[in-house]
Design a protein around this ligand. Sequence first.
Ligand code: FAD
Length: 276
Amino acid sequence: MIVKDYFLPESLDEAVTLLAERGPDLLVMAGGTIAMMRMNEGHLLPDQVMGLRRVGLDAITINGKLSIGATTTLSTLANNESVPMLSQAARSAASWSLRNMATVGGNLFARNPYGDVATALLALNADLRVINRNGERVLPLADFFAANRQLEPGELLADILVPPPTGQTVYHKFGRRAYNTPAVVTIAAHITRDGDSVTAASIALNGVAATPVRAIPAEKMLVGQPLNGETITAAAQAAAETVDPPSDAVASGWYRQRMVRVILERVLTQIMEQEQ
Ligand SMILES: Cc1cc2nc3c(=O)[nH]c(=O)nc-3n(C[C@H](O)[C@H](O)[C@H](O)COP(=O)(O)OP(=O)(O)OC[C@H]3O[C@@H](n4cnc5c(N)ncnc54)[C@H](O)[C@@H]3O)c2cc1C
């Protein structure tokens, strides 16, 4: 099959109208770094494609929350220091040239072990603004992942809404190499403390399941406790015990599970040692 129709809508309205008219056979493409690869490999053979580059979703704005347009490139996010954990996550993904094409919205659809920015967004309790021809809805990112990244037919991801972090954040991507490498595991943590006591904990893991996931048992163990060597070891152990990571060309599941414990211990220790 060859692509017979290529659409490049000039507005979001035009894009959702096209999607409603053409239905699920219309392949949505943002930066194309996943879609083009799947087409080249023959896994995806669409005869109609819609590019999102001109719909006007490529800006980052702050109005209480940080709003990241779905087609904002990873390079743009990497250069925006509003939320340091997000710029760091964007810088950790792929190569410089790929980040110039790859979008933040597309990163939420990237298969394990990709999804570095998605992992940081999950730790920050981001929401998604999703739009169709009849209106819009706001969907927690955690629910999007729980539903295995399914949007309703006719829906496009418009923006990602990030509440300002209330506490300390640390992001750590552990790969086989320092740069341009898929993750063995990626961990993003957002911990809020009042004096000695943890009042809120949000820890996201990637590389351990089909989508980024929250380390809920570890989070629950930390809340109400001080951050110290004992609580950190216990939380890291709990996080490792509750995942069953897949094996792939990057790492075995066995190794990934051990690295969850090691990297989470490092992440939480770094937070403990930071000034509040
Ligand atoms: C060589 C290579 C290295 C990589 N390294 C990394 C890495 O280190 N870390 C990492 O996290 N990722 C990595 N990736 C994965 C990936 O390219 C990026 O994460 C990127 O962000 C995907 O965005 P995109 O815009 O190119 O997606 P696209 O290919 O444009 O989109 C893929 C699919 O997502 C859906 N989609 C995208 N945007 C929308 C939207 N707004 N609304 C509805 N549906 C949408 C569509 O179904 C679309 O077909 C790598 C990819 C490659 C090819």
